[in-house]
Design a protein around this ligand. Sequence first.
Ligand code: ZN
Length: 373
Amino acid sequence: MKKLSSAEVKRQNKKRILRYMIRRDTATKPEIAAALQLSLPTVGLIVGELLEAGLLCEIGMQASNGGRPAIALQLIENARLSLGIDITKNHVYFVVVNLRGEIIAGERQEYEFANLLTYYHGLVQRKREFLKKYGIENDSLVGQSCSMPGIVSKNQRWLEYSHIFELKTPMRLNISKDIQYPYMFVNDGTACCMAECYSENMPDSFVYVMLSNTVGGSMVIDKKIVEGKNIRGGEIGHICLVPGGKKCYCGRRGHFDAYCSARVLAEQAGGRVETFFARLEEGDSRLAEVFDEYLDMLALMVYNLHIFTDLDIVIGGYVGSYLAPYLSQLKEKIIRHNIFDESKEFVFLSRYREEAAAVGGALHFIEQFIEKL
Ligand SMILES: [Zn+2]
């Protein structure tokens, strides 16, 4: 194995100390040294740099394990922030997360997509107003992510196509000309998956299923999202479950999206998923039937994904956030398909709601910031 240079060792230790402080409320230098098995002079040197960079602060004295009181250190959690924007057909979400990955500002605004300059100008204006409203300075931003339902090019500057946006030819994405910090455009399913990747206690490999107004997904292997040859990896919405079945928005028939997008449920309840689940809970028998069919198709898909990958399946997106009371019902349906007798759980729900894509994209830049320290 290649030996790391002393500069690289120091860089790695700096990241470890910052990550340690991100997980802690306060800590003293001796505590950091003991927890990370580093020498006190090493910790002292790196903490000095983190204080100077404005990432940590001293907040007084703290008794430490019978020894002399030591200076307590704390993360300045809002010292660096990241902005996530999620564009959907009818809405735009703005989210700002801090170094701990906490959402410190978030808003969902009605704003119908149009591939017009006026739309982009309006979006930039809304972004500025949002940042101003929450007192967020451009200087504190380490990045901006912009997610959307479509295929984004590898260089993250073109939207290759999007059925939802009725975009058949590639469109150059220019909406971030005004920004000075790193930015990226990303597929919404991938961005949602990023939110899972950066969450604590997630396995290194899993499959993510996003059940929103469109259905998307991603496969994560050893903490890396599998992009595929054409950056289209994870387009599970267009896996055919029923040849010749219901029409998908892409024009083909029988695709998973046609059976399990949020729209399938919303259409039954005045266009609102929350109304669907409220009525379902009240005991609406017609909706119970619709939902049973929905779960049948979801179970089939989850089983197919699991039997192919032998990985955990994480279900998120708009519908995913309502599934907790129905998880055992879904699991029963999956078991009926399974050729193996599996005692271990492999189906989990995402902890995020509709803000997932915006949060995931924003977390990406927090992670990048820490990695590049
Ligand atoms: Zn399709």
